[in-house]
Structures are given as structure tokens and as C-alpha cells.
Write a protein that binds this ligand. Structure first.
Ligand code: G3D
Ligand code: MG
Length: 275
């Protein structure tokens, strides 16, 4: 049996059920031995396709809690060969961001639109003949035509269609090779940026400069909580200044001074654009 390895991501508004879908798929059908945490939000699961005589190690990225952090999202999408774009059947507004926000972002990062499956989740909460369901079906059919995609109505709660959807995206992912663009060519720093955007850029720079989320996230988390920065609410220029100073001190403990200064100057440059 030949083994392949692919990465996919789940995208969509907060609370549509991304984490629950991953949990349902990864923890339900296999024992814990198959679960390896790759990064903070990545899970791995092996899918077997006996008829094709292959198995697929699927890396599943759940872009949790990063709404508004566009560059972090782009960083996490890199190298993906497929995407689930998830909406919530109980909230019509969750359909809006699907093609307006998520698909352009995917295209930006991967060079072209990868195989997509739309998931309309929380099927257990809507009745089969409801208006909502009719509305969603109609919208989803249109989206699928536009992007040559498929859709599933799922429930992370009952498990309905969850495994089917993952098995299917796995097959599509085998056929797609993402472009590996450098992060510098992916993110653009405008002349005037918000404080949140600056923090988002700092995060991605740290990922690239210090080597990945697994190492960087705990460091970041600690500084953000020590400095009492409210990442979901109001980030101030003062917060960012403290953050930049602090990162300089931290980096001094493991990087040569030359590197430390280079990063510091880069961050101060970003900071000067915050309005
Ligand atoms: P997210 O990762 O997209 O942000 P979560 O979403 O997986 O954290 O789910 C958000 C909430 O929706 C959770 O409820 C979760 O239990 C619920 N949920 C997810 N999928 C389903 C589903 O298919 N059916 C139902 N009934 N609920 C679902 P809480 O209350 O924990 O915030
Ligand atoms: Mg989540």
C-alpha cells in the first residue's frame, strides 16, 4: 500500500463548528495513536482507501480563533491541497464570507483555487423541510457551480456526513499541488495599518524567522498575556511598542545582536505605519 501525505484546512467564521468537525473525524474513527499534533491547531489522521490500494496521511489545519488575522491565516494555509469552507445552517450570515473572503485568500496563497468542499454544518439543528435549509441548498449549489466544488450538509454532533466529506476531500487533495510562494510575496504591508494588522504581521514574521508555530506560539502567548494585550478587542500602539521592546529582550537571549537589531528595526518600521 502506497502512502501519500497531504494538508487540508478548514476555513469559516467563528463558531460554525470547524473544531468540532475535526474532533469528530479524528477522534471518532481511529484510536488516539493515530493522532499527532503537528502545530497548535494541526491534527493528523491516516485514511485508507483499500480499493485504490493507497493510504493518505492527512494533515488537518483548523484555523481556530484567528478571525481578522489575515496574514496568520495565510501562513497556515500555505502548502494546502484542499479546503473545507464551513458555514452554519442556523446563521445565514456565515455564508457571506465563503466566497468573498476565504476563496480569494486561498487563491492568493496557493497560486490557484484548490479543491474545495463546502460544509453546511449543524444539520441536527434544522428540520429537513425548513426554509433555511432550502435557502442554504440554493446558495450552495450556486457556489459549487462557480468553483467546481461539492457540498455536504454535516453535523459534527451526530457525525452525519463527516467521514464522507473527509474521505472525499482526501481524494481531491491527492491531485492538487499547491504553489510554494515565499511569505514575503504573500503579505503586503500598506502604508497605514491597524494595530491588529501590525500584530498579525509580527506573528507571521516570527513564524518565519524563528521557525514555526510550535516554537513561536507559546512565546507569543506568554508576552500577550504578560503585557495584558486584548487581541480580540482594542490593541493600542502602546501595547505594540511594549511588545516590540519585549521581543528584543527575548531574542537577545538566543540570537546574535546583529539579528536582534535587524528584527527590531523591521518591527519598528511596521509600527511606524500604525495609525
Ligand atoms: P469553530 O471551531 O468553527 O469556532 P466550534 O466552532 O467547533 O468551536 O463550535 C462552536 C459551537 O457550535 C460549539 O458549541 C459546538 O459544540 C457547536 N457545534 C459545532 N458543530 C455542531 C453541530 O453539528 N451541531 C450542533 N448542535 N452544535 C454544533 P459551544 O456551546 O460549545 O460553544
Ligand atoms: Mg475552533
Amino acid at each position: 500500500m502506497k502512502t501519500f501525505k497531504k494538508k487540508i484546512v478548514l476555513l469559516g467564521d467563528g463558531a460554525v463548528g470547524k473544531t468540532s468537525l475535526v474532533r469528530r473525524f479524528v477522534f471518532n474513527a481511529f484510536s488516539d495513536e493515530y493522532i499527532v499534533t503537528i502545530g497548535a491547531n494541526f491534527k493528523k489522521k491516516t485514511i485508507e482507501y483499500p480499493k485504490l490500494d493507497i493510504q493518505l496521511d492527512l494533515m488537518i489545519g483548523d484555523l481556530i480563533g484567528q478571525q481578522g488575522f489575515e496574514n496568520t491565516q495565510k501562513f497556515n494555509m500555505r502548502g494546502s491541497s484542499g479546503a473545507f469552507i464551513v458555514c452554519d445552517l442556523t446563521r445565514k450570515d456565515t455564508l457571506k464570507s465563503l466566497d468573498r473572503y476565504w476563496i480569494p485568500l486561498l487563491k492568493d496563497v496557493l497560486g490557484s483555487v484548490p479543491p474545495i468542499i463546502f460544509l453546511a454544518n449543524k444539520l441536527d439543528l434544522v428540520s429537513p423541510d425548513s426554509e433555511e435549509l432550502k435557502f442554504f441548498r440554493k446558495e450552495l449549489i450556486e457556489l459549487c457551480e462557480k468553483y467546481d466544488a461539492r457540498y455536504y450538509l454535516t453535523s459534527a454532533k451526530t457525525g452525519e456526513n463527516v467521514e464522507n466529506a473527509f474521505r472525499e476531500i482526501g481524494i481531491y487533495a491527492l491531485k492538487f499541488e499547491p504553489e510554494m510562494k515565499s511569505m514575503d510575496s504573500i503579505y503586503i504591508v500598506e502604508n497605514e495599518i491597524s494595530a491588529q494588522k501590525a500584530l498579525d504581521i509580527f506573528k507571521v514574521q516570527l513564524y518565519m524567522e524563528l521557525g514555526g508555530e510550535e516554537f513561536v506560539n507559546p512565546i507569543l502567548q506568554k508576552q500577550i498575556s504578560d503585557l495584558k494585550i486584548d487581541v480580540r478587542g482594542n490593541i493600542t500602539v502602546e501595547d505594540l511598542k511594549m511588545f516590540v521592546e519585549r521581543m528584543r529582550e527575548i531574542e537577545r537571549s538566543f540570537l546574535p545582536e546583529e539579528e536582534v537589531q535587524k528584527f527590531y528595526i523591521k518591527r519598528m518600521g511596521i509600527l511606524s505605519r500604525v495609525h
